[in-house]
Design a protein around this ligand. Sequence first.
Ligand SMILES: Nc1ncnc2c1ncn2[C@@H]1O[C@H](COP(=O)(O)OP(=O)(O)OP(=O)(O)O)[C@@H](O)[C@H]1O
Ligand SMILES: [Mg+2]
Length: 321
Amino acid sequence: MRTSDAVIAVQHLRKSFGSVEAVKDVSFEVGPGQVLGLLGPNGAGKTTTINMVSTLLKIDGGEATVGGFDVRTQPEVVRQLIGVAGQSAAVDEKLTARENLELFGRLYKIPRGKRSARIEELIKQLDLGAFADRPASTYSGGERRRLDVVAALVADPPAVFLDEPTTGLDPRSRSELWGTVRSLASNGVAIVLSTQYLEEADRLADEILVIDRGEIVAQGTPETLKQDLERDVLEIQVGDRNGFERARELLGPDANPATDAETLRIDIPVHGGADRSLALLRQLQDGGVSISNFQLRQPTLDDVFLALTGPSSMEAEEITT
Ligand SMILES: Nc1ncnc2c1ncn2[C@@H]1O[C@H](COP(=O)(O)OP(=O)(O)OP(=O)(O)O)[C@@H](O)[C@H]1O
Ligand SMILES: [Mg+2]
C-alpha cells in the first residue's frame, strides 16, 4: 500500500534491553480496515514492538507514526488516536467492568450520553454481561482479557493494538473476539494484532509478519505464507541411539530435520507429502536405521519457525542456554 494511506507506519524500528536486542529491524504499514498480524513465539519482540508504537516504550531507533503523527515527538496526539489491549492490563482491580469502562470513556472525553450507549454495546458484543458488575479482581483470565479488549475500543479509535488478545480464551470467547476484530476492520479501523497462533493470524490478518528474536523472518499475505510454510512433517521414532546418529548422517543438513537425542525422535519437513515421506523412510531403512514408529502430520507453529530459522539457530540457542 502507499505510505499516504497508512494509519500506522513503522520503519526500521529497534529496541534493546541491555545486551538483548528485542526488536532489530521491524517495518510495516497498516491501512484503514486492515489487520496486520504479528506472529511469533515467546520473546519474539511482539509486545516490545506494540509498546513502542503505542507510546508506552521509548524507541531506540527507526520511526513510527499513527495518523501521520510521530510517536516520539507527538505522543499525546497519538494516544488520542489509539486503543491498546495489552498483556499488562490497565484495569482497576477494585472497580467493576462497567465502572472501569466509564473511567476509560471519561479519560477519552466521550460525551456522557454517547458513553453509556457505547459501553453497553461493547458489553453485549463481547459478552461481558455476566460479570460486568463484579469487581475486576474476581475475574477469570479470559474475562479479564475481554474487559481489556473492550477498554481499548471504548473511544472508537482509528488504530487499535491487540497484544495476544485471545491467549487463554476458550473457543467460544475466541471466536467472539475474532468476530469483533472483523467488525472493527470492516468499520475502517487499522489493527495490529499479535498472536502465537498461526490459525488466528491466518483467519484475521490481511498481512502477516512472522517475527523471531526481534527479526522479521517472513512476511506476506496468509495465502503466500502458507504456500511457503504449509508443508507436512514426517515424524520418525528411531529404535536406538546408533540408528539415530546414522539417520542424522544420512539425512544431512539439507533435510532440515529437528532432532531430539533424548527421545530419539526426528521431525522432517516434507513438501511432497506421502511420496517424499516414503522415499525418506526407505532411504533410512536401506541405510540400516531401525524405525520403530512414524507419522505424517500437519505443521505446528514450531515447525513453521524451525523451517524459517533453520536448525543452526536452534543449536545456537542450546549452546547459549
Ligand atoms: N523491560 C525489559 N527488560 C529486559 N528485557 C526485556 C524487557 N522487555 C522485554 N525484554 C526482552 O525482549 C525480548 C522480547 O520480548 P517481548 O515481550 O517483546 O516478546 P513477545 O513476543 O511479546 O513474547 P510473548 O509471546 O512471551 O509475550 C525478550 O527476550 C524479553 O526477555
Ligand atoms: Mg508479549
